[in-house]
Design a protein around this ligand. Structure first.
Ligand code: PLP
Length: 411
């Protein structure tokens, strides 16, 4: 959803190659099998179709994956990030430090809470928040840091949380890309005050196209999430007028002054998420194996900068991003994408444009050039196909194609 194919938007959409597409960037159709269909069929027999046993079980199982006491299903990651902002108590005038190199809803969730995103630059090797840049951007108005674990690899959370602790700030993990990844042996989702995951259909785990999860260790925050997720409805409180007539079964509150709406996930989605969760470890291992083969086979192609795995964590390769260093390669990123697609039938995609390039930020006066590393990364990066269903033959073909295209382009 967030990434454009073949540089579309700048270079336009290329014609399909004469031989057809040989390797797609994403598998055709969904990643669902018989097990998911059976889980849905069983769930359709239940009384509850929302807010029921599948949601509760999925939450417990996901909390266990993340090693945290609390997990809450959400309609998607974008709203989980908004709820996280509400838990931080964000209001107008507050600032939140974050990265521009991510899907835009990381930062628009901050705007939705009335606060102001402050974009700082990324580490040039991992593309995640640069902790020194975070420290330099803190002002008396800073309330929180939204750290994004990008492409399947966690941000440098020890350094980021150390800065946060010094200044009394909250840390939210945007964990959309990292279900099942670890950092220094600790699971993504357990590294900040709260974390937001995405189960959009392109992610390593998906719940019928849309879905999300919010995790936290904070008991006080956990007590508020059901209200923030569900219109402020509190089933545990009797209405004050209850003593002379049937007790009303619920009250409606405005927790911390926020007026919540409905961010729930359906039971069928949660049932599918539970099946997908059982496959997550194996699927992530397959993605890592594919990435390893790419990295071994492409290491000597001049001008291609392959993903850097920071030793601190286990990268689960939601995306496999290659930077094309035009000066050394003798060709640019767009030429490589076009050749891969048109001559070899290998579909690749670009990365995230820096968020502040979009109208929503340009109209608020954010200047271009704010984060040069993020901008240069967007201009030079392309993503090779990486997903569990990719066959070894397809992986070999992608490798041959990249090597062949690079040779051809160098002339
Ligand atoms: C880093 C990041 N954060 C947040 C989101 C938003 O997730 P969702 O589509 O579940 O709202 C995405 C989705 O692509 C993402 O990649």
């Amino acid at each position: 959803m967030a990434l454009s194919t073949q540089g579309a938007g700048r270079a336009g959409r290329a014609e399909p190659p004469p031989g057809g597409i040989r390797v797609r960037h994403q598998p055709v159709g969904s990643d669902f099998g018989l097990e998911e269909i059976q889980a849905i069929a069983q769930t359709l027999q239940q009384d509850a179709q929302t807010d029921g046993p599948q949601n509760r079980a999925f939450e417990a199982e996901f909390a266990s994956l993340c090693g945290v006491p609390y997990a809450f299903t959400m309609a998607n990651c974008s709203v989980a990030l908004i709820v996280a902002g509400q838990l931080c108590g964000l209001r107008g005038g507050d600032e939140v430090i974050t990265t521009p190199l991510t899907f835009v809803s990381t930062s628009t969730s901050v705007l939705s809470c009335g606060a102001t995103p402050v974009f700082v630059d990324v580490d040039p090797r991992t593309f995640t928040l640069d902790p020194d840049a975070v420290a330099a951007a803190i002002t008396p108005r800073t309330r929180a840091i939204y750290a994004v674990h990008l492409f399947g690899q966690c941000a440098d959370m020890d350094a980021i949380t150390a800065v946060a602790r010094r200044h009394g700030l909250r840390v939210i993990e945007d964990a959309a890309h990292v279900a099942g990844a670890t950092y220094k042996g600790r699971p993504a989702g357990s590294l900040g005050d709260a974390a937001a995951f995405s189960f959009h259909s392109r992610k390593n785990i998906t719940t019928l196209g849309e879905g999300g999860m919010l995790t936290t260790r904070d008991a006080a925050w956990a007590a508020k999430v059901p209200l923030l997720r569900s219109i402020g409805v509190n089933h545990g409180v009797e209405h004050p007028a209850a003593d002379y007539w049937l007790p009303l079964p619920y009250d409606v509150e405005a927790p911390d002054g926020y007026i919540p709406t409905n961010y729930r996930m359906s039971e069928a989605q949660a049932a599918v998420g539970r099946v997908q969760l059982r496959r997550l470890v194996a699927n992530n291992a397959r993605r890592r194996a594919i990435a390893r083969r790419y990295t071994e086979a492409l290491a000597d192609v001049p001008g291609l900068v392959l993903p850097h795995e920071a030793r601190a964590g286990e990268h689960i390769y939601y995306l496999y991003g290659i930077l094309v260093d035009e000066a050394e390669a003798g060709f640019g990123r767009d030429a490589l994408m076009r050749t891969l697609f048109c001559d070899y039938g290998v579909q690749t995609i670009t990365g995230y444009p820096p968020a502040y390039w979009f109208s929503v930020y340009q109209s608020r006066g954010y200047p271009r050039g704010l984060c040069p590393v993020a901008e240069r990364t967007y201009d030079r990066i392309l993503m090779l196909p990486v997903y569990a269903r990719l066959t070894d033959a397809e992986v070999d073909y992608v490798i041959e194609s990249v090597v062949g295209a690079a040779r051809r382009l160098r002339g």
